[in-house]
Design a protein around this ligand. Sequence first.
Ligand SMILES: Cc1cc2nc3c(=O)[nH]c(=O)nc-3n(C[C@H](O)[C@H](O)[C@H](O)COP(=O)(O)OP(=O)(O)OC[C@H]3O[C@@H](n4cnc5c(N)ncnc54)[C@H](O)[C@@H]3O)c2cc1C
Length: 303
Amino acid sequence: MIEKEFIDILSKENVDIKLDEEMKSHTSFRIGGKADCFCSVKDVGSLRNVIMLCREKNVPYFILGLGSNILVSDKGIDGLVIKLEGEFNEITLAEDNIVRCGAGSTLARLCNFARNMSLGGLEFAWGIPGSVGGAIYMNAGAYDGEIKDVAFSVDYMDKDGSIKRVRDAELDFGYRHSFFTDTDNIILRASFRLIPRSQDTITEKMQELMDRRKTKQPINHPSAGSVFKRPETGYAAALIEECGLKGYEYGGAQVSPKHAGFIVNDNGASAQDVLGLIDHIKKEVKEKKNVELCCEVRFIGRV
Ligand SMILES: Cc1cc2nc3c(=O)[nH]c(=O)nc-3n(C[C@H](O)[C@H](O)[C@H](O)COP(=O)(O)OP(=O)(O)OC[C@H]3O[C@@H](n4cnc5c(N)ncnc54)[C@H](O)[C@@H]3O)c2cc1C
């Protein structure tokens, strides 16, 4: 429950505010209850004031990217959901072969910008439906590339509102992990070191990877991509398929008949349905294959 005084102070910032916002409109799963308050923040100064206000008034906040790697609780989210817009969408060619991009931009815009500048290196990211902030946070990757191969410097705001920079090895990139994982730090913008390449070559690679996605993944169905991290042995999708779970349904949630690593919401699934299906998959894979699956998708909100 958010007090009126909090909303009154918040409204003075460079923000758009929505109360009781349905989170299913902001997640690729099309699942999620209401957030007490949803706020699009347009500039760094406002972001700092919003964070400070939340801390002063003890209001929890969550930074949302494009919602393509989260499962939001049916009971919604306490406090404030913050989305980075306005200046956080800016992309610039900083110096030769280096592109700086705001955390709120989609990866798709960044990929297109790089191609227009005849800069390669981001082709792998074409088709990952996230924001630049979410991609840095998760060290998103696909096929032959990962964010860690191209991102070398990230500006962020810490929980006290100070702006800091992490570079190179300090970014601590690992498999679906970065310096930012499970911290309160807010990614503001990132710099990418790219390689001169012809636009035709870049387009060809992007098209090839998109075609592979379309063939293998249920990209036209609501999902959050691969639900589980790659285990130490084998692939989650193969293990799930070998357990006979392809197409298995639990409430409105289903193990995708096209790619067993994906759970799709084809029939008005609730977050509880997805969690129930995740539990079932984990139990079966443990029993039949003796492998412990870990979730890549993050559960957000009230338990
Ligand atoms: C069809 C489909 C295909 C996919 N394919 C791939 C794939 O090939 N490879 C891959 O790696 N992933 C894939 N994903 C998963 C997802 O797109 C990526 O993990 C993506 O990087 C998440 O970005 P997002 O902006 O949607 O983050 P969100 O889901 O909004 O958030 C994820 C986490 O990042 C944090 N976060 C977001 N922005 C910021 C910020 N500015 N500062 C601090 N924290 C932040 C959030 O708080 C949250 O904890 C796929 C998903 C779908 C639906």
